[in-house]
Design a protein around this ligand. Structure first.
Ligand SMILES: Cc1cc2nc3c(=O)[nH]c(=O)nc-3n(C[C@H](O)[C@H](O)[C@H](O)COP(=O)(O)OP(=O)(O)OC[C@H]3O[C@@H](n4cnc5c(N)ncnc54)[C@H](O)[C@@H]3O)c2cc1C
Length: 379
């Protein structure tokens, strides 16, 4: 893992400034058998590791940047783990076996132009026609959207506002197209795209999970995705701390190393505490996620895991943003450059407070976990 991440670092440095995803990243992860880490050994290069090991691996990737970690999470946590949880044997063979080798990249398409925090309001629809499903609508802000070979998308039956279903839509399907989103404020080495479904034809066997269970599929994917965001943010905090410690040990002002100035030490101390707190919350969430994976029918475990993951993602996202901000401060003007890692972390980790559940949505979810369901803010 460490060897691959060290090989990815110079690629990431270059691609970030060139505003592009580098396909070599996919190849390097694939050749090192890392894409299949949490996938069963029955499929391709699946390694079958537990959720704690997986979280630690994502923490390591997170140190290289939120862009490369988002690629990894979009494919493995949101994509393959969702197929593993909900797919039938044919779907698992078709998407997991090549997916673990990097030969089939997945993406997860829930968000739409008018449906973000409230996925129940999505407008994409499907109908059965000529022995196929025909999907119409648009997905927005989809990580890996224009590089993916297949995207998990969600749609309601035409003319209805409930009964959501999930589908795996392959890139070459008639009526499918994707367009990269330009002018993001960061995350330059991660592909983010709009996806257009123009009477897109999908074989009937590509429905993922039981009919009408699309929201359950989406929420289970978000649990995996949020855990990976939390773990990636722990890696960001670690990298910000490492960078700030290194710089504090070489930069001299007022006749001494800046690391000897107590106000600089304060930044490092706060980062070190937040690193441990974020890591412990994330590992606790990973333990519960594993228990939920082992006993998916146990609703009490599911609720515990859901709340623990929400807490970990919420805390780690905010702590990583704070750590990046402090690392930029320790670097002074050199921090205010995208050529250095603290500045990149600052703009990139900002998205972790938005995607896969905004801070506000998670605050409410965590509050309800202590208040009880009667206090849910919305249906
Ligand atoms: C770089 C990037 C990558 C992404 N990747 C993916 C992906 O791979 N797949 C995917 O499906 N989506 C992806 N997203 C979309 C992301 O998940 C959504 O942006 C997120 O869910 C929030 O939705 P929204 O942007 O529509 O904001 P909105 O839902 O419109 O929210 C706007 C504001 O209102 C607040 N708000 C909304 N509802 C409530 C409420 N009930 N109570 C209190 N406050 C509320 C929100 O917290 C937020 O502050 C990505 C986004 C970005 C920026």
């Amino acid at each position: 893992m460490d060897r691959v991440c060290r090989a990815i670092r110079p690629l990431e440095d270059r691609c970030y400034l060139e505003h592009r995803f580098d396909d070599q990243v996919r190849r390097l992860f694939g050749e090192a058998h890392l894409l299949g880490l949490p996938i069963s050994r029955r499929y391709g290069d699946g390694q079958g590791v537990d959720m704690v090991t997986y979280a630690l691996a994502i923490e390591r990737i997170g140190r290289e940047g939120t862009g490369v970690r988002t690629f990894f999470s979009g494919h493995t946590s949101l994509g393959m783990l969702t197929v593993q949880r909900w797919g039938d044997e044919r779907q698992k063979e078709r998407y997991l076996s090549p997916g673990t080798k990097g030969e089939c990249i997945l993406a997860f398409g829930l968000t739409e132009p008018a449906a973000g925090s409230d996925p129940g309001s999505l407008k994409t629809s499907f109908e059965e026609r000529g022995g196929k499903f025909v999907l119409s609508g648009q997905k927005m802000w989809i990580s890996n959207g224009s590089i993916a070979d297949a995207v998990i998308v969600f749609a309601n039956p035409k003319g209805k506002e409930e009964g959501m279903c999930a589908f795996v839509v392959e890139k070459g399907s008639p009526g499918f197209s994707a367009k990269p989103i330009q002018n993001k404020m960061g995350l330059y080495s991660s592909d983010t795209a709009a996806i257009f479904l123009d009477e897109c034809e999908v074989p009937k066997e590509n429905m993922l999970g039981p009919p009408g269970k699309g929201l359950s599929v989406a929420y289970s994917a978000l649990m995996s995705g949020r855990l990976s965001v939390a773990a990636g943010c722990v890696g960001v905090i670690r990298d910000c701390l490492d960078e700030a410690v290194r710089y504090s040990g070489v930069r001299v002002q007022h006749g001494k190393l800046i690391g000897k100035h107590q106000l600089v030490q304060r930044h490092l101390g706060i980062m070190a505490v937040n690193l441990e707190a974020a890591r412990l919350l994330t590992l606790n969430a990973a333990v519960l996620r594993q228990e939920h994976q082992d006993r998916p029918g146990d609703l009490a475990v599911r609720e515990l895991a859901d709340a623990a993951i929400a807490k970990a993602k919420y805390f780690a996202a905010n702590a990583s943003f704070d750590a990046a901000n402090r690392a930029v401060q320790v670097f002074g003007a050199n921090g205010y450059s995208l050529e250095n890692r603290p500045g990149r972390h600052l703009v990139d980790t900002r998205v972790c407070k938005i995607y896969e559940g905004t801070d506000e949505i998670l605050e409410q979810k965590i509050a309800v976990s202590v208040l009880g369901r009667d206090f849910e803010a919305y249906g």
